[in-house]
Design a protein around this ligand. Structure first.
Ligand code: COA
Ligand code: AMP
Length: 631
């Protein structure tokens, strides 16, 4: 069977046949008893009874098949001036040695290893080494502060933490070790060991009896072999923002993940073994897990680990240099990266310096792709630009243009059609299916396809409450949008307190908790306002406690610093205004949606339930003082 429609229909009518066939492309130590266990709770499970190892499939399998001398990883770091390649042979050896080092610290099947690393090959090696032992990794993005790291340490309870002496941002060296030490101090759970990759840009004194040097530990270790695990055993936990400051630990199982991600490489991205695939993201995000590490390696491609930015390292031609230097066939990044390039080089003059004939397609995801950015990228590159929609929870695209099956017409602003396995429906608040073109909650009818989360780490109840309880038998994506008459999906907004800043998913609820913790703050609201570069920016509105007489500028600086210190620089929280009161309904609910509309200069209706409409004028004035609300 070929053609998108036929494959999609088969995946919905007979998911077991569809995914059973997809799974045959991987190595199984023991075949599954059933492709899909529909009775499993809280959600159906994939490849039950099967045993495999994800690291074996991503690394050793290719060495055994004769690809040992092919480049597996290209490391390119404009911020340090370093370039280095690992063949599959070298990667296998490095991963086996580091797995031996982890095993020497007592790491075995089911143990957690937390990885807090910059974009260096050791980040991927640590992830693969953990998977090799059947242990579970949890990668934390380097832009999070000690407090956020501590929350994750406490929840995942890692036996070992792997980190580096520093990360490098264009304007500063970020010393990781003090952040790590502080996180461990704050956390009730203590790891038994930390393994630290020393980088020349920052020294990291080791704590005696707890910390080990990466190079010494790997050198002293006996290489470890792959440990087969159940397909349903977790490969990783990845924390993502929810409605509150407590992040959600999305669990990914080994078997379903490997099968789905492997399937996407040919069918969505249209790459073959040996092709060079580059996801310009970070290993700390889901895009980094799926398409810097596992996807390209499961498919026998070459992946690029790029330690730099789209602009400023050193110029807006950085992406074009990497593509032409390594023969990149597919580039995957967030629209914000292209907005940054477009801002600095609107005419695309840097493009003229490089030969991009190797490149076939640009894929964008992580946030809504505005048509202007898509047109600019398409015109300047002269290549197809494919928007696709997914989430940390799914690990791969819910909607995409399946270039490897059948390239479909591109409608700018839409991520195209539902991918196989995703029975996407648009429901009203009451659970009725919406007509074509009408907005509603986007949900997926169970079963979710392989790779989608089976639960939240250690918290089945939160999983059920967050995703499964609003509509029985459906997974709630948290996004709102519609389907058009041609079956294309349009993803318009979030239905919760999650915002998207430069393609990074953040919780406004989490920021409100941090601001409310300041002794002078009586109450506050954080909203996501439109930003031409980053898509959205958080903006805080603060009501002071009665009697607080403070210099407002000084107080605002304190609040900005507080969010940076407690959540991290990645929150990009810089906009604060002090207001007398917040607009609320008569029952006391803060009208955040109305404030977003005012800030973005959109038309809005004064809600019938508002307590005092006059407050909206005060809010408008305040937002104008920050350059919003049509000012
Ligand atoms: N470690 C430490 N700090 C980090 C960090 C990391 N890994 N990543 C980002 N930060 C810091 C930045 O230095 C910045 O700090 P500053 O306030 O001192 O300037 C802050 O966090 C905000 O970062 P960001 O929102 O990324 O803004 P930026 O101005 O540094 O860069 C872009 C803007 C558009 C160039 C950048 O966001 C980008 O490349 N985005 C690509 C999108 C992407 O990778 N998305 C991932 C999902 S696909
Ligand atoms: P994350 O879990 O960080 O990948 O963020 C997932 C969320 O980002 C989704 O639920 C959407 O709100 C948003 N998102 C991701 N990709 C797209 C896209 N292509 N179009 C619109 N929104 C997107």
């Amino acid at each position: 069977m070929s053609g998108y429609q036929a494959l999609y229909q088969q995946s919905i009518d007979d998911p077991e046949a569809f995914w059973g066939e997809a799974a045959a492309g991987l190595h199984w130590d023991k075949p599954w008893d059933s492709v899909l266990d529909s009775d499993a709770k809280p959600v159906p499970r994939w490849f039950v009874g099967g045993q495999m190892n994800t690291c074996f499939n991503a690394v050793d399998r290719h060495v055994d098949a004769g690809r040992g001398d092919q480049a597996a990883i290209i490391y390119d770091s404009p911020v340090t001036g370093q370039k280095r390649q690992y063949t599959y042979n070298e990667l296998r050896d490095a991963v086996a040695s580091f797995a031996g080092a982890l095993r020497a610290q007592g790491v075995g099947k089911g143990d957690r290893v937390l990885v807090y690393m910059p974009m260096i090959p050791e980040a991927a090696i640590a992830m693969l080494a953990t998977a090799r032992l059947g242990a579970i990794h949890s990668v934390v993005f380097g832009g999070f502060a000690a407090n956020e790291l501590a929350t994750r340490v406490n929840d995942a309870k890692p036996k070992v933490i792997v980190s580096a002496s520093c990360g490098i941002e264009p304007n500063r060296v970020v010393a990781y070790k003090p952040l790590l030490d502080e996180a461990i101090r704050l956390s009730a759970h203590k790891p038994s060991a930390c393994i630290i990759k020393a980088r020349p840009q920052a020294e990291a004194p080791l704590v005696e009896g707890r910390d080990l040097d990466w190079d010494a530990a790997a050198e002293a270790a006996e290489p470890a072999e792959c440990v087969p695990v159940a397909a349903t055993d977790p490969l990783y936990i990845l924390y993502t923002s929810g409605t509150t400051g407590q992040p959600k630990g999305v669990v990914r199982d080994n078997g379903g993940h490997a099968v789905a991600i492997h399937w996407t490489m040919k069918n969505i991205y249209n790459v073959q073994p040996g092709d060079v695939y580059w996801a310009a993201s970070d290993v700390g995000w889901v895009v980094g897990h799926s398409y810097i590490v596992y996807g390209p390696l499961l498919a026998g491609c070459t992946t690029v680990i790029y330690e730099g930015k789209p602009v400023g390292t050193p110029d807006p031609g950085a992406f074009w240099r990497v593509i032409s230097e390594y023969g990149v066939k597919v580039l995957f990044t967030a629209p914000t990266a292209f907005r940054a390039i477009k801002k600095e080089d609107p005419e695309g003059t840097f493009l003229e310096k490089y030969d991009l004939s190797c490149m076939h397609t640009l894929f964008l995801a992580g946030e809504r792709c505005d048509p202007d950015t898509l047109f600019w990228a398409r015109d300047k590159l002269g290549k197809p630009v494919v928007d696709h929609w997914w989430q940390t929870e799914t690990g791969w695209a819910i909607a995409a243009n399946p270039i490897g099956i059948e390239p479909m017409e591109i409608k700018p602003g839409s991520p195209t059609v539902a991918m196989p396995g995703y029975d996407v429906r648009i429901l009203s608040e009451e659970g009725e299916e919406m007509a074509d073109g009408d907005m509603g909650n986007i949900v997926i009818k169970l079963p979710l396809p392989p790779s989608c989360l089976p639960t939240l780490w250690g918290n089945d109840q939160r999983f059920i409450d967050s995703y499964l309880s609003k509509y029985e038998g459906y997974y709630l994506t948290g996004d709102a949008g519609y389907r058009d008459k041609d079956g294309y999906l349009w993803i318009m907004s979030r239905t919760d307190d999650v915002i998207n800043v430069a393609g990074h998913r953040l919780s406004t609820g989490g920021m409100e908790e941090v601001l409310a913790g300041h002794p002078d703050v009586a109450e506050c609201a954080v909203i996501g306002v439109a930003d031409a570069l980053k898509g959205q920016l958080p903006l805080g509105m603060i009501v002071l406690k009665a009697g607080v007489e403070r210099d407002h500028d000084e107080l605002k600086k304190e609040l900005v610093k507080r969010v940076r210190e407690l959540i991290g620089p990645v929150a990009a929280f810089k906009l604060v205004t002090i207001v007398k009161r917040l607009p609320k309904t008569r029952s006391g609910k803060i009208l955040r949606g109305t404030m977003v509309k005012i800030a973005d200069g959109e038309e809005f209706k004064v809600p019938a339930t508002i307590d005092d409409p006059a407050i909206l004028d005060e809010i408008t004035e305040s937002l104008k003082s920050l350059g919003y609300a049509g000012s």
